[in-house]
Ligand binder design. Structure first.
Ligand code: PPS
Length: 313
């Protein structure tokens, strides 16, 4: 049985509390109008609702299931297109949009919305999540048959990308603060999906599990061959030729994805400018030298002993 919703139902208009927040009494409004709720101690967007979160936690994943995960603004959409193409042997599927090929269970904006919707989905089910490890889709990832890919990006570029994504946009609760303020709440772990360090390190510390692949956005950007794509294919259990990997690489290039109606998310009214720069180091256009020094100090302290490093340029 196929999905019970149409692609038209996946079109997203403006965010609306009454529809998307599902319950209103736990919504909070922080400084500069930043709207959120707290779930299990984590700051999440209003459209991540208690019932959807419970559903995503309770999924009993089955062999063949795939789940890609990231902190926001870390390259997850890019990765999602790679995964969808790999599932379809390197070809763009018949569907109208990339989003309709993915299941973002923790979000009230999307389908599927019930256990029976989930059960009815054909394999392989491709799940999206922005949760830290302890709140992952499907329970404790290392103990499930699902194959997870976590993609992480250097936090200076994440902070900047996130600022432009959230600023004045209705789905985030109309955040209207300055960059300086945003940087502070980002470092304080008060933005939606919480503390970047905790999020990334939670998956990093569990990445020796054989069903978890930990990737970096920068490695994907810098990959002049197809070696990162080959690692992804191997992890997902797909035997793809060099020619197929090469064609995937071309399809997921920044300009290609931005122009392609299938992948550019034109169907989401508020996502204008989603494909912003797609580079390593665009933080340099935004951070002052003092902000950069302050960030570097926090970064050194929080990452100490983790064994995880990022390229910032
Ligand atoms: S979201 O909304 O949290 O799911 O965002 P996410 O997709 O994780 O990250 C968005 C950033 O990824 C950039 N992007 C790409 N970079 C390189 N190549 C490709 N194909 C690509 N597609 C998306 C996107 O431009 C955002 O980064 P910034 O720095 O804002 O440009």
């Amino acid at each position: 049985m196929g999905p019970r919703w149409s692609e038209d139902e996946l079109v997203i208009g403006e965010y609306n509390d009454a529809i998307h927040a599902e319950v209103l009494d736990d919504l909070q409004v922080g400084e500069h109008g930043y709207k959120y709720r707290i779930l299990d101690g984590l700051v999440v967007p209003p459209y991540v609702t208690p019932s959807r979160y419970r559903l995503s936690r309770s999924i009993e994943t089955r062999p063949g299931d795939l789940c890609y995960v990231s902190y926001p603004k870390s390259g997850s959409t890019w990765l999602s297109y790679v995964v969808v193409l790999m599932v379809h042997g390197g070809e763009q599927p018949e569907a109208r949009t990339l989003r309709s090929c993915l299941h973002w269970v923790e979000s009230s904006w999307t389908y599927p919305r019930s256990k029976s919707d989930l059960d009815a989905l054909p394999s392989p089910r491709i799940f999206k999540s922005h949760m830290p490890y302890r709140m992952a889709l499907g329970g404790d990832p290392a103990k499930t048959p699902c194959r997870y890919i976590y993609i992480a990006r250097n936090p200076k570029d994440v902070a900047v990308s996130y600022y432009f994504f959230e600023r004045d946009k209705s789905w985030s609760g109309h955040y209207s603060g300055s960059w300086e303020h945003w940087l502070q709440i980002f470092l304080d772990g008060k933005v939606q999906r919480g503390d970047w360090f905790e999020h990334v390190l939670s998956w990093w510390r569990n990445s020796s599990a054989k069903n978890i692949l930990f990737l970096k956005y920068e490695d994907l950007v810098r990959d002049s061959s197809t070696s990162v794509l080959a690692r992804i294919a191997k992890h997902l259990g797909f035997d793809l030729s060099e020619a197929v990997l090469e064609s995937i690489k071309q399809k997921v290039a920044f300009d290609e994805m931005r122009q392609n109606e299938f992948s550019n998310m034109h169907e989401i009214v508020e996502f204008d400018g989603f494909f912003r720069k797609g580079k390593i180091g665009s933080w340099k256009d935004q951070f002052t030298p003092a902000q950069s020094d302050m960030f570097d100090r926090v970064y050194a302290e929080r990452m100490k002993g983790s064994g995880l490093e990022f390229d910032f340029e």
